[in-house]
Each structure stands twice: as structure tokens, then as C-alpha cells.
Design a protein around this ligand. Structure first.
Ligand SMILES: CC(C)(COP(=O)(O)OP(=O)(O)OC[C@H]1O[C@@H](n2cnc3c(N)ncnc32)[C@H](O)[C@@H]1OP(=O)(O)O)[C@@H](O)C(=O)NCCC(=O)NCCSC(=O)c1cc(O)c2ccccc2c1O
Length: 278
């Protein structure tokens, strides 16, 4: 069910991509496969997320899964599409094996916009990792969370495990991966894996409410906060993000403008105009 005046941005085979009032919405649209992703799905999501990152009117991206399917079941995403998994990765129409969801994970984490996962039904395997790397997760009361790799010949030792441990703690993260149990939305909330649980009929409305509140706040402050949160865990690429924001803010200062102008005008900059703050 839709609650706002969504405008379709572009038609894709595997996803839906909409925008309205500063919010973009990316919907994985393979409900017959519990929204499992194949390489094409990920490429299309990557393109949509890049578009949202470049669009200066967009502050928040909602990531969700189409549903319910005709059998009445909901899914956010059941991970990689096992029907196209070959010996070297997931094989798309071009015949090349890939794990291109890793690029998407990095993009979601590094883009200076807030990404909110709206999870109804299953968030399993690589689908669970996708909700994990989003800034915030709002779950429907039918949400089901879990990893499955060790039961079917895979594992995500990147964000899927190390970042998970940062979120829920080492013991719980090891339990999630070693036992491969499925957890209810309430259990996920109790372990700090997600932000809130709402009735499934209210999921999108709640996402839009959170997005609306975020959109009233300072874009630059949120941009710097996101890179600050990332810097703690993302090593040199996290520091790069944070430092890139420092450079952006410096460029915007009168001081940087004077030094830039002086170079262009082949004169000495008026350095004494600017304080050496304590
Ligand atoms: C998600 C389920 C628990 C839901 O169970 P349920 O009983 O409700 O539904 P069905 O099992 O009957 O499924 C309905 C329908 O959907 C098809 N389907 C479901 N999931 C997938 C899938 N992942 N790939 C392909 N198809 C899927 C299913 O076959 C049915 O279709 P039919 O035509 O047969 O009727 C349950 O479906 C389930 O457990 N699904 C499998 C979950 C899974 O194995 N996911 C992959 C984990 S590995 C992964 O995601 C992964 C991806 C990456 O890109 C990585 C990258 C780097 C490192 C690691 C990665 C990684 O581990």
C-alpha cells in the first residue's frame, strides 16, 4: 500500500524506484523469489542508489521489498538468488560470476544520505546484511531476521559479521551465524539489531514519518554524523569519508575562499584576517 504521491523515476525489471518530497524509495521486486537478488537486481539497485546520492533534493532513501507474494507471505530480501549461483559467484545475463552486492553495501554505508530499511517478512542471508548496513531499520511485526550461510555453503565475513558484532555484540553475532536461527522482529528489537517494530500495514507510513523528521534537520550535520559513525568502524575508508566532509566544510569557509582567490589572483593571501582558534 502506498501513502504518498510517489513518482516513478525509471522502469526496471527487478526493482521499483520512486521519489517524493525529498525521499527516494528502492523496492526489490521479485516477490516470487522472496525478493532474492541476482546480479541484475543488484546493478539496478546500485544505479538507483547512485541516482539518489547525486540528487540534491533527496535526503532519505527507503529500501524495502515488494509484497506480499500471491501466497500471502512477505519478504524484505532472502539474499542471493541461489538459482544463479555458480562456482565463482552469482552469474548474471552476461555470464560473468559476481558478488556485486558488496559494492552496494559499501555505497549504502558511504552515501551521505540516510538509508532506512523497511522490513516486512524475511530478511535472510544477504538480505539480512542489506538491512544491517542501512542507517536505520523499521520492521513490521511479521519481520523475520537471520543468517543462513553455514547451512547452505556461504558466509559474509565482512560487514555481515564484523559490523553485526558492533551492533549486537560479539556473543550474539556469533550465535546468529553459528546457529542460523530465525529471530522475530521483537527479538531483533530487543537485541538492538533494529530501531522499531510497527504493524505491517503501517510500515511505509512509519518510514515516511521518520524520513519527514530527518528532512527537517540539518543536511550537513547529518552528513558529518554519518561519516563520524562510519569512521569508527570503517578504517581508512571511514577516515577518508570524514576527512572529505572536513574538506567540504573548509571549502565553504571564508578562509578557504580567500586562499583560493589569492592563488587565482597571483597575490599573497590575507592570512591575518583569520583567527587561530583555541
Ligand atoms: C526465505 C525463506 C526462509 C522463506 O521460506 P518460505 O518457506 O516462506 O518460502 P520458500 O522457501 O518456499 O520460497 C518461496 C520461493 O522463493 C524461492 N526463494 C527463496 N529464497 C530464495 C533464494 N535466496 N534464491 C532463490 N530462490 C529463493 C524459493 O525457491 C521458492 O520458489 P519456488 O519456485 O521453489 O517455489 C526460504 O525461502 C529460504 O531459506 N531461502 C533461501 C535463503 C538463502 O539461502 N539465501 C542465500 C544466502 S547466501 C547470501 O545471500 C549471500 C549473498 C551474497 O551476495 C554474499 C556476498 C558475499 C558473501 C556472502 C554472501 C552471501 O552469503
Amino acid at each position: 500500500m502506498s501513502f504518498t504521491n510517489w513518482q516513478e523515476v525509471k522502469t526496471y525489471s527487478d526493482i521499483l524506484y520512486h521519489k517524493a518530497d525529498g525521499v527516494a524509495k528502492v523496492t526489490i521486486n521479485r516477490p516470487e523469489k522472496r525478493n532474492a537478488f541476482r546480479p541484475e537486481t543488484v546493478s539496478q539497485m546500485f544505479e538507483a542508489f547512485c541516482d539518489a546520492r547525486e540528487d540534491q533534493s533527496i535526503g532519505v532513501v527507503l529500501l524495502t521489498g515488494a509484497g506480499p507474494h500471491t501466497d500471502g507471505k512477505y519478504a524484505f530480501c532472502a539474499g542471493g538468488d541461489q538459482s544463479v549461483r555458480g562456482p565463482m559467484g552469482y552469474v548474471g545475463g552476461d555470464g560473468v560470476p559476481r558478488l556485486n552486492v558488496l559494492d552496494l553495501q559499501k555505497l549504502i554505508r558511504s552515501m551521505p544520505k540516510v538509508v532506512i530499511a523497511l522490513v516486512a517478512g524475511y530478511a535472510i542471508g544477504g538480505g539480512h546484511v542489506l538491512q544491517l548496513v542501512c542507517d536505520l531499520t523499521i520492521a513490521a511485526d511479521n519481520g523475520i531476521f537471520g543468517q543462513i550461510g553455514p547451512k547452505m555453503g556461504s558466509f559474509d565475513g565482512g560487514f555481515g559479521s564484523s559490523y553485526l558484532a558492533r551492533i549486537v555484540g560479539q556473543k550474539k553475532a556469533r550465535e546468529i551465524w553459528y546457529l542460523c536461527r530465525q529471530y522475530s522482529a521483537q527479538q531483533a528489537l530487543d537485541m538492538g539489531l533494529i530501531n522499531t517494530v510497527v504493524p505491517v500495514a503501517d510500515l511505509e507510513a512509519e518510514g515516511l514519518k521518520w524520513a519527514g523528521e530527518i528532512m527537517q534537520n540539518s543536511p550537513l550535520a547529518i552528513r558529518c554524523l554519518k561519516s563520524g559513525f562510519n569512521a569508527d568502524v570503517d578504517g581508512q575508508s571511514g577516515i577518508q569519508e570524514l576527512a572529505g566532509n572536513a574538506t567540504l566544510l573548509y571549502y565553504m569557509s571564508d578562509e578557504a575562499k580567500e586562499f583560493h582567490r589569492a592563488q587565482r589572483e597571483k597575490r599573497k593571501p590575507d592570512a591575518r584576517k583569520f583567527p587561530w582558534l583555541p
